[in-house]
Design a binder for this molecule. Structure first.
Ligand SMILES: Nc1ncnc2c1ncn2[C@@H]1O[C@H](COP(=O)(O)OP(=O)(O)OP(=O)(O)O)[C@@H](O)[C@H]1O
Ligand SMILES: [Mg+2]
Length: 239
């Protein structure tokens, strides 16, 4: 069954076709990896799905209804939320308040319920000890975890994660993977990631994008063995 679907989506910036006739289906409960070289269109695809950009052609369907032309905050309420490649917390607000705001506005909860949700998520993402610190002041790896907490707090059914492991140490990547496994029991995930052992290890399926086009799709093993993927992105066989 298609949960989220893109059909022939194209997005142009002037003469540049950043996304070209792109189609894929997201199945409920899966982790779908999205990989490709820098500038291949991964973030643009996320921005199209979350309504920040409008496609020039094609259709984006969530639960079989078009979400093209629906504003981003409504798409979030429908159940699709994304993290930002560049973390953008409300810097002067505390870690806890950042999560609370996401619960309040993303899920449209009352204040008491939002506090309950925020407390639970703070524990899930392991930021309990940092709860009162200004979000702009915590170290970058923790800001990435806060991003995960914020999307989770929206109550979204689909999480679009844009390079949540960028800049993490191997030990931090292991922690992040455990957290993602936990999140995947609560939501369907599309994960953009350059950390290959992470995305290949955790994804049920992988899409490969190059110059805005889908060049491969399949299980991590299938995709990693394709010559066009090795040529365009991996550089060598991934084992
Ligand atoms: N708002 C914009 N205006 C003009 N061009 C843009 C805009 N956003 C992205 N682009 C261009 O579209 C192409 C795809 O960019 P995008 O950010 O989606 O790539 P990406 O796959 O996320 O790359 P990275 O791995 O570096 O994050 C690039 O050529 C980029 O310069
Ligand atoms: Mg990007």
């Amino acid at each position: 069954m298609a949960f989220l679907e893109c059909r022939g989506v194209t997005k142009r910036f002037g003469a540049l076709e950043a996304i070209r006739n792109f189609s894929f289906v997201l199945r409920p409960g899966e982790i779908l990896g999205l990989i490709g070289p820098n500038g291949s269109g991964k973030t643009t695809l996320f921005n199209l799905i979350t309504g920040l950009y409008t496609p020039d052609a094609g259709e984006i369907l969530f639960k079989e209804k078009s979400i093209v032309h629906i504003p981003p905050h409504e798409i979030c309420r429908l159940g699709i939320a994304k993290t930002s490649q560049i973390t953008m917390p409300f810097g002067t607000m505390s870690v806890y308040e950042n999560i609370l705001v996401a619960a309040l506005y993303g899920q449209n909860l009352g204040m008491a319920q939002a506090h309950v949700a925020a407390e639970r998520i703070l524990a899930v993402v392991g930021l309990h000890e940092r709860r009162d610190e200004p979000a702009g002041k915590i170290p970058a790896p923790l800001r990435r975890r806060l991003e995960l907490g914020r999307v989770l707090a929206t109550g979204a059914e689909v999480l679009l994660l844009d390079e949540v492991m960028a800049g993490l140490t191997p030990a931090e990547i292991e922690q992040a993977l455990m957290l993602l496994k936990l999140l995947s029991t609560q939501a369907t995930i599309i994960m953009v990631e350059h950390v290959m052992q992470a995305v290949m290890g955790i994804s049920d399926r992988v899409l490969v994008i190059h110059h805005g086009e889908k060049i491969a799709e399949g299980t991590p093993i299938e995709v990693a063995g394709k010559p066009e993927v090795i040529e365009a992105y991996l550089g060598k066989r991934y084992t």
